[in-house]
Design a protein around this ligand. Sequence first.
Ligand code: IPE
Ligand code: IPE
Ligand code: MG
Length: 247
Amino acid sequence: MAVASSLSADRLPRHVAIVMDGNGRWAKKRFLPRVAGHKQGVNALRNTVQACLDRGVQVLTVFAFSSENWNRPVDEVSGLMELLAVALSREVPKLHQSGVQLYLPGDRASLSPRVQKALAQAEALTADNRRLVLNVCFNYGGRWDIAQAARRLVAEGREITEAALSETTALAHVGDPDLLIRTGGEMRISNFLLWQSAYTELVFTPCLWPDFDAQALDVALTEYASRERRFGQTSEQVASASGAAHA
Ligand code: IPE
Ligand code: IPE
Ligand code: MG
């Protein structure tokens, strides 16, 4: 909390994205099945959502299941599908009470009808909430997202421009992330927000996702606050623009 209180509001990212990685290793260290790590990961997500609400972050986008995670052992994949269904039924009422708008970007066609129905119901229930938008990317891939956006534009007979693609991707309702955190120590994007993270600040931490908490979030937020976002400009241009903005 101490770190958060030292962060000024204008240095807080509006949109935070997280690759929640390291569940399997967390479980392995404890001689537990991998799915136990995923279960503990749901608790870490619950705490992180609360920390984002407390700090005034407006959008949280997390990577829960990638297009490539289908390649995992069958029992782990079915465990993750089951966990999604259980977590939705347990967590959605609480999220709704907290003013969280839930959205699940990803390719739903290959999910079971039961899960598809639960996703649609959760989104409908929370659609009018405005405190925080929580995007749980499930069966999501950055390449899938760009391809599905291009396909839709073609089907509508529209020109494929950067602006048109931006407004057709699965994250168009929230804009691009300011900060992307990856837990678990790997330094790669693993097909997460390829289009949307063009100018996102990246923070990597060895912390395994089930161990992630408000304090770990504050470390990442502090790191973000120290970065200079230049968007292709020079440092001098950025400094004079921010001086003018504060004059
Ligand atoms: C991330 O944790 C969760 C998913 C990919 C579903 P992992 O399961 O990848 O954990 P590690 O990387 O094996 O530790
Ligand atoms: C990325 O983690 C996907 C999610 C966290 C959902 P992975 O564990 O699947 O990534 P790789 O395979 O190590 O790149
Ligand atoms: Mg992993």
